[in-house]
Every structure is written in structure tokens, then in C-alpha cells.
Design a protein around this ligand. Structure first.
Ligand SMILES: *Cc1c(COP(=O)(O)O)cnc(C)c1O
Length: 379
């Protein structure tokens, strides 16, 4: 009764747009963390592997294990710095850990010796995100320790930009410069094949940050990171959440809609019920900032046109009409005002649903060439 359609061709199209923008010698790492931003980690990874991605990244070891267990072959970088007790799983599953301290390096080296297996990792460097990564002043002692472990291979070095989606790129430039400086110092002692710092915003706005690999998430899923970035490539939206109206109710003045009687009926109306609610992530919409004055005027006009007592932020689309959500959003049900539209129970609606917070239990219907290729339903 509610589902999300994922157009795999749109994902492949977006990948090829990025591939064409970024020079051939620059590798592409596809970020498929958080269930591929809500689109379905395994299925999206399979499509991207076919499209020619060079590498994947997820946040947690568990996410990486899931992909490996489903047959993903390209290397998978785990963004969260490895904890010493994760070394064994990482080596067993062939994941590429992020290391940002000596203790974890020791653990990785220990296990690789025990298991008789070479280990590789990417060193994360903190350059201004204030999150994970080794501090620049700790790097030289880290490098000294690394020299003691011939079976441990530092395959890459990376850092993460905090403000690349903003108009002012001076902070990003500062981060990049620090990163380049560190890279130069490290390369005096050891060759490192991969260096990466560019996310989606930098892919569009900072070609000087490409180095030899870029890490893209947002663009793959058909979205621009902000309204400030250059829209240098064409993107297709692979995502559409849908549902069916399961009940239509005629209500008269004095009655109310939903929990708490937040919405009071003032004139005869018709209400449609759609089986989606906050447990599915419905009602959690991002605030988009207007890019130009024109957008601001447009969105303000929209708000005024909906000032009929309806909740402004939440709506659904039915037969091309934008219908406001009325009453409090329930755990798994929401109501829309369908007055005067002659909409019957069973009718399909489009639901604006934020991808990364959309419930994993909502079935994902994957489309290829306009046909259903696979349906994912979680138990
Ligand atoms: C999420 C993430 C990315 C991808 O960012 P987008 O802006 O979605 O392209 C890249 N690098 C790291 C470390 C991330 O956590």
C-alpha cells in the first residue's frame, strides 16, 4: 500500500554524467552508506559496479559486510575509523578500513600477521571537519610505526571537506591546501597510490581537489548538494515514494482530524487516508534554501496560496494536484485534504519522503528499462 520506486537507469545515468565530467585517470568511489542514501545498498551497489565504479564506501563495518555477503566485488572503504576489535572481521571480509591512530594500526598489523594475510588501509587526516582523522602533528609518529609493518599497506590518504557545498570556498581551499601539504610530506617517506578529498560539491565546484579519486554520494542519487553549486551535469531523479489512499471520509464542521484534534473541520470536507507516517520517516523534510530572489518569491507565494489552515510543509501529490496533509501525522497513517477532487479509495498518490530518513521497511521496487527488475521487502 506504500512503496518506493527506484529507477536504476537514473542511477547509472548519473554515474555516467560524473564519469564524463571527471578526467579519465581520476577514480570514482561511490558512497553507498546509509542503505545507499535510502535507495537500497545492495541493489544500488550492483548497478554501480556494472556502471564501472572503482570503489565503494560505507560508514560501518556491518554495512560493508552486508555488501560483501551479497557478492559485491569492488573494494569497500569503511569511513568510520576502525576500532582494534574490528580488525579480524575487516580482514576476513576483505574490507578496507579507515585508520586514524597508532593503536588501531597495531591491531590491524597484529591480525594480519596472525592470519597470514596482507592488510591495506586508508589513513584519514583531520584538516578541519572536526570529526574523525589523525591530527597533522601526530602523523610523523604514525609513519614511524607504519615502517615496522611490511605486511600492512597504506593504500590511500583522505580527508573530508566541511563546507564544499557553500558559496564561499575559502575554508575548503584551506582544508585542501593543508591536505596537499601533508600529502607531500608523507610522500617523501612512502608512496601512497590513492589520495582523495572531493565530495559531490567539490566534484562540481573544485576540480583542483580531484587528486586521483573522488568520493560521490549525493550526485549519484540525482541531487545537487546545495543551491550554490554549479549545475554542471545533468541529473535524473531515481526516487519516488508512492502510496494508495486506503480510506475516504466525509467530514462536517465541528469534527476533527487525527490525534489531539489538532485540525478542526470548518466546512464540509473530504479526507483521504494514506498508510504512511512518522515511523516511515514521513514529515521529516529538509529545509531547502532559496537560491535566487525569484525562488524566494515563488516559495513565499506557494505558502500564501496554502494558508487555508493546512500544515504547510507536508503534502502529497494526487492526479497532478498538491494536496495538503491535515491533522497530526500518525505513526503509520496520514490524512490529506481531497475536498472537491472526486478522489476514490485505492487511488495512487506521490509522497514527498526524505530519502535518508525513509523507513527501510517500505518496499523498494527497482526499475530497469521501465520494468520491475527486483522488489526488496525487509522482514
Ligand atoms: C557521505 C560522505 C561523502 C559523500 O558526500 P556527498 O556530498 O554525498 O557526495 C564523502 N566522504 C565522506 C567521508 C562522507 O562521509
Amino acid at each position: 500500500m506504500r512503496w518506493i520506486e527506484i529507477d536504476l537507469d537514473a542511477i547509472t545515468y548519473n554515474f555516467s554524467q560524473i564519469r564524463q565530467l571527471v578526467p579519465e585517470q581520476v577514480k570514482i568511489l561511490s558512497v553507498v552508506k546509509a542503505d545507499a542514501y535510502g535507495h537500497g545498498g545492495v541493489e544500488i551497489s550492483k548497478a554501480l559496479e556494472e556502471a564501472g565504479t572503482d570503489m565503494f564506501a560505507v560508514t560501518t563495518v556491518e554495512e560493508g559486510v552486508e555488501l560483501v555477503n551479497h557478492g559485491i566485488r569492488q573494494p569497500i572503504l569503511v569511513f568510520a575509523p576502525m576500532l582494534p576489535d574490528q580488525a579480524e572481521t575487516i580482514l576476513e571480509k576483505g574490507l578496507v578500513p579507515t585508520i586514524d591512530n597508532v593503536e588501531s594500526l597495531d591491531a590491524l598489523a597484529d591480525f594480519s600477521k596472525k592470519m597470514g594475510k596482507e592488510a591495506r588501509f586508508h589513513l584519514k587526516v583531520e584538516t578541519g571537519m572536526g570529526r574523525t582523522g589523525i591530527l597533522p602533528e601526530e602523523i610523523s609518529s604514525f609513519m614511524e610505526r607504519l615502517m615496522e609493518y611490511p605486511q600492512v599497506f597504506m593504500e590511500g590518504i583522505y580527508s573530508h571537506l566541511a563546507t564544499a557545498m557553500m558559496k564561499d570556498k575559502s575554508y575548503s581551499q584551506k582544508q585542501l591546501n593543508l591536505f596537499l601539504h601533508i600529502l607531500k610530506e608523507i610522500k617523501k617517506e612512502k608512496n601512497v597510490p590513492l589520495a582523495h578529498i572531493a565530495n559531490s560539491a567539490a566534484v562540481l565546484d573544485m576540480p583542483e581537489a580531484y587528486l586521483n579519486m573522488v568520493r560521490v554520494g549525493t550526485l549519484l542519487y540525482g541531487q545537487y548538494p546545495s543551491s550554490h553549486v554549479a549545475r554542471r551535469i545533468d541529473l535524473k531523479d531515481p526516487w519516488q515514494a508512492k502510496g494508495r489512499i486506503i480510506s475516504v471520509k466525509k467530514l462536517t464542521p465541528g469534527q476533527s482530524v487525527g490525534y489531539g484534534r489538532d485540525y478542526m473541520v470548518r466546512k464540509p470536507m473530504e479526507v483521504g487516508v494514506v498508510p504512511i507516517g512518522y515511523a516511515d520517516g514521513f514529515g521529516v523534510l529538509p529545509h531547502t534554501r532559496p537560491a535566487k530572489v525569484y525562488d524566494l518569491v515563488k516559495s513565499t507565494a506557494k505558502i500564501f496560496s496554502h494558508l487555508a489552515g493546512a500544515v504547510l510543509a507536508n503534502y502529497m501529490i494526487c492526479e497532478e494536484k498538491r494536496l495538503p496533509v491535515v491533522g497530526r501525522i500518525g505513526m503509520q497513517m496520514s490524512m490529506i485534504d481531497i475536498t472537491g477532487h472526486k478522489i476514490k479509495a485505492g487511488t495512487e498518490v506521490k509522497i514527498p519522503l526524505r530519502r535518508t530518513t525513509s523507513g527501510a521497511r517500505i518496499p523498494r521496487i527497482f526499475l530497469k528499462n521501465g520494468k520491475i527488475s527486483h522488489i526488496r521487502t525487509l522482514p
